[in-house]
Design a protein around this ligand. Sequence first.
Ligand SMILES: [Zn+2]
Ligand SMILES: [Zn+2]
Length: 379
Amino acid sequence: MTNSKLAKKKKTRKELRQSELWSKYRFICCCKRCSSLPFTYVDQSLQEISVSCRDLSGLRSDYKLFRDMADRRLTDSIEDVISEYLSVGDSASCCEKLEKILIQGLDEQLEINEGKSHSKFTLHPLHHLSLNSYTTLTSAYKVRASDLLSDDSKTDLNQTEAFDMSRTSSAYSLLLAGAAHHLFAFESSLIASVANFWIGAGESLLTLTTNSGWSRFVNSDTKFECSKCSLVNRFRACILNGQIKSEDFEIVTNEFIHCVSDITHEIWGFLVYGCNFLKSCKDPVNFSWLMSTKNSEDVAAHDIENDKCYTHESGNSIGVRDEQAYNDHTLAYIFQLGGHCLTYGGLLACICYGPNFHLVSHVQNILDHENDSLFSHNV
Ligand SMILES: [Zn+2]
Ligand SMILES: [Zn+2]
């Protein structure tokens, strides 16, 4: 292909992408990411939906139409549940409805070739609606836990159930941070969100370790410093210098993911206990279990082939263990995991907003007072 032909082809793609941005979002942007067609891996994942239907030929012929419809139906359903939760405040019903959509997708009767055909729409685990759902579920489970604890009739049963709710909330916050981090590796502009998600996951996990039932396991060697990585030192250096070299950032990110993967491996099965959707997420940090194809030119064909779509069957999660098997090691792992997430989030916030940003000082305070009041298990 000659250069001019190539340029022309690129230009048409760019125009196509921009007209789509305009029609969907009333938004035009000329940066590299917004001009890219096919979408970048990140934008493709954020929008990926699986549409399956018995009438494959009908589906193929009108694929764009069905995809748009699936997109609208899923958006409406998730947004309805979230706005109902925000207005009525029924957190239990919100959790149930969102998880049902995440696991089962939506069933629809599609009109294809003058007949009706059964079809199913499912969200990709990295779809932006899935990420929104994880955020809402993190908060809804947390609310359920504190409702149970504030109940006048404080029973042991309430305490146990409140612990289960806090644990599920922490698992969702970890999944959200891990999912956003996975996308951040391809798209650095997500840094601010990822910083917030890691800090949120870190705090949630550390709070979980303050659960009263665990106080008897506490010993004094719960420290944030990790012998296997330089994260805490790099964070402190970043605060002092106001910056970090990009090669150092790459090193510390690899170390962080390594440590977090190792620890998660030990306790993911414990954290997801009792939640079917979370159990279907095999690993919240490494997303190789997703059958998503990177930079696929032919998104439509990929989506149609049922056997290549992601599924939500349970089993084969990492670290599957009996819930009762938790002990002081579990507590130590959760503490270490929380410390890593918090510190890495603090490092990202420091890179993003500078060392004087309030979230950075907040993280620094928790690290400085590791043996004092905040997470001292003295409840
Ligand atoms: Zn742009
Ligand atoms: Zn480490």
